[in-house]
Every structure is written in C-alpha cells, then in structure tokens.
Design a protein around this ligand. Sequence first.
Ligand SMILES: Cc1cc2nc3c(=O)[nH]c(=O)nc-3n(C[C@H](O)[C@H](O)[C@H](O)COP(=O)(O)O)c2cc1C
Length: 325
Amino acid sequence: MPDLRVTLGALTLANPVLVAAGTFGYGLEFAATVPLDRLGALITKTLTRQPREGNPPPRLVETPSGLLNSVGLQNAGLDPFLRDTLPALRPAKVPVIVSILGDSEEDVAAMVQRLDREDGVAAIELNLSCPNVNHAAHSSKFDMQSSELHRTSNIEHRTPMVAQDPALTEAMVRAARAKTAKPLIAKLSPDETDLAPRAQAAERAGASALTVGNTFTGMSLDPTTRRSRLGAMTGGLSGPAIRPLAVYRVWYTARSVRLPIIGTGGIVRAEDALEFFLAGASAVAVGTANFADPRTPLRVARGLERYLARQGIASIGQLHGTLQT
Ligand SMILES: Cc1cc2nc3c(=O)[nH]c(=O)nc-3n(C[C@H](O)[C@H](O)[C@H](O)COP(=O)(O)O)c2cc1C
C-alpha cells in the first residue's frame, strides 16, 4: 500500500488528513462513531485561557456551497480541557493538536507554558485570528455578550486580526516558541491575497508549520428583516465555496516559505485534498464536511491511498512539487 505518513517539523503523522479546529469538538463527542486512531490528527476547537461564551445566536447560516459561522470561540477554557478531556482522549491514540488563542503575547506564552508540560499534546496550533488590540479598543469585544453592543463593535472584532499583521504574527509566534520545544503550527487567516509576509514572519519566529488558512470574513443579509442573518453581524465562510481561494493561498504561500503547510478549505473528497497537495501542502484539514459526515476524513484518507496506488506513486510526499506548469 502507498505510504501516507507525513512529517510536519518534528511531528510525524500516520496519515495526512486531519480534522480542522472547531469542526470536531474535542474529539470525544465522536469517539463512538469515528475510530479516532485513524485520523491523521485531531485539532481541537480553539481554547482560550478563560472560558468564553461566544457570540449571540444565530451563529450558523448556510450559503451556496458554504457555511457562514459566528460561533465566536465559545469554550470552557484551557484548564478544564487539560484536566477532564485530554486524559480521556489518551486511550483513543490519536495525535492531539491543541488549538489556542490568546489576546496578548503574555496570554499566549502562559497557555503554551502550561501545554508544554502535557505528554498528551502532540503539537500546538496558534489560532491567530484574534482581534489586533493595537487597532481594536478592547479585545474583550471579541466575545461581547450583548447583541446590542455586538452590532456596534463587530466590525472591529472581525478586522483587523493579529494574523493580518506580520509584526504581531511574529511576536505571537515568538512568545509561544520561547515556552515550548513542541511542534508549533501558526494558523494564518486567509483574508487578503498575499499571505507571504505573514507566513515568513511566522517562519522567522520559529513556527514548525503553517495552517493555511481559516474561514473568510463574510456576511449574509436578510432583505425582509433588513438584518444580518447572524447575531454577530459578520461571520466566517467555509465549505466548498472557498476551496479555490484556499488552494490558491496554499500554492502562493508554499512558494514563499520552507515550512510544511496544512491546507484547509472546502475539502469533501480525496480529489479536493489532492488539489491542496499539488499546490504544495504537506497535510490537509477537513472542516465543514465533518458536520455532514464526521467520517469524511477517513474517506478522504482512503481515497488518497487509492489514488496513489492507481498512479503508481509510493508515498504522499512524492506528490509534493509535481504540479505541472
Ligand atoms: C462552525 C465552525 C467553527 C470553527 N471553529 C474554529 C476554531 O475554533 N478555531 C479555528 O482555528 N478554526 C475554526 N474554524 C475554521 C476551520 O478550522 C477551518 O479552517 C475552516 O472552516 C476552513 O475549512 P472547511 O472549509 O473545510 O471548513 C471553524 C469553522 C467552522 C465551520
């Protein structure tokens, strides 16, 4: 059988199909229906240092071939995850990549220091799509409870983000890197077309890999009510609708850094994942498709295996850089 193993810096995975942050909970929710040990890795829903309530409803809207969400980082906080969930995941034998978001370098450093002590953490993914506090007046606006306040503050909370500023990206990754030798993955926002300066900033600061990218900022408005269909006004678009945009960003970014890239955006079938590998990704993360069928990543991995066998390619790594121009 073809070899699906991949290495992302110091992290070796049995197969290159991961589940994307926020689309598979913390894994345990799916343990009864999905053999977790067959996932390349599980990236957890993003955790913050303090619990967050998330955004006001509605939080999900379907759009043509896409999903717009404004979940807004609802989570119970890092400590409860480490105390209750991580030990329960251990028997599942799936590499666990913990996604975290901090709103300052100190915040990120404290979380990474805590994670560094945990054996069950295979890698850390830094979700850099947090508000750039140099521009937004209060980072706490990110999770404002009152929908009234939300309506007025939301534009600030979606943009600009840390991930859109190379200097802040570098500072955040550097703060994290100083506290751990574990593989560190910087997840870049795909908003904007030229990701090279931010990707290079993450590379300079010691990231082991990049995830390219995330949801695209978007809106869906209801002409009848003349309101946004999302309680938080704006949201992030995911699903097949964004795949060509995501493949382009992986291709473009892969030419500007040496870091391995995890490609994410609209993957439903093995054929979709193959586009990302040809564009230069070393691994892929399946997101929205998990809501329709949480076994999608397993199907994608099997499909990759079959494709490689059909093409007479011995390993997934050999696809790298074979895009014909
Ligand atoms: C409902 C929902 C929640 C998400 N939550 C997170 C999150 O907590 N952290 C994060 O980094 N990305 C989050 N994402 C983004 C996904 O991890 C993924 O990068 C993005 O959706 C693109 O992939 P897809 O088109 O396959 O969904 C979320 C996406 C969705 C649809």
